[in-house]
Structures are given as C-alpha cells and as structure tokens.
Unconditional design. Structure first.
Length: 110
C-alpha cells in the first residue's frame, strides 16, 4: 500500500487511502492535475500475475467486484498487483473485464 502511494506521489499524483470499502481493504483514490482520477485496488500476491487472465484466475471475486464498481465511480478503475517475481503490474478495469494498462505503466516508468 505505502509503496503504491510513494510511486503515485513521485509522479505527481495526490493519493488518498480509502478506509471504508470492505471489498477492497487496500484501496487508493489518486488525483492529478489535468488527468483522470484513479480508483486503485491493491492486491499482493505470492504468485506471479503476468497477465489479465492470470489475475482473473487467481482473484476472480476481486476482479468481479472491481468491474461492478466501474459504473459507480467517475474515476478510472484499476487493479494494481504487487508480487515478488513480477513487481508491480497495472490492470485497467472495464465493465466487461480487465486488461494490462500500458499507459499507466509507461507513465510510472515500469
């Protein structure tokens, strides 16, 4: 959680930890001038999560709940996964599913 907050701050975002969401105990809202706000669910995994298919396989309930949140928030909804093997992986959440977010990865230098 704190590593994600630090990463966002380093790239000009103002991150705020969400405390009242039982579905995502580790969640962040991040805003940045002239940029869409981000709603980020943080997942820590001991297993490697190299792609969206693996994320859905390992964490189907979290993915489904994140997809359901897309309609309820004006923010760009994301799932960030941190694992010992892959480090940070960034997934964009849409109503119909998830995909790797190359734009945020590039912005954050990952």
């Amino acid at each position: 959680m704190y590593e994600a907050i630090r990463l966002l701050k380093e790239h000009g975002y103002a991150p705020f930890r969400l405390l009242d969401n039982p579905d995502f105990t580790d969640a962040i809202i991040a805003t940045k001038e002239k940029s869409a706000g981000l709603l980020i669910a943080i997942i820590y995994s001991q297993k490697q999560v190299p792609d969206a298919h693996t994320l859905r396989t390992l964490f189907p309930q979290k993915v489904d709940k994140a997809c359901a949140m897309v309609k309820a928030t004006p923010h760009r909804t994301m799932i960030w996964v941190n694992s010992p093997v892959s480090g940070w992986r960034f997934y964009r959440v849409e109503v119909g599913g998830i995909s790797y977010d190359w734009d945020i990865a590039k912005e954050l230098g990952r």
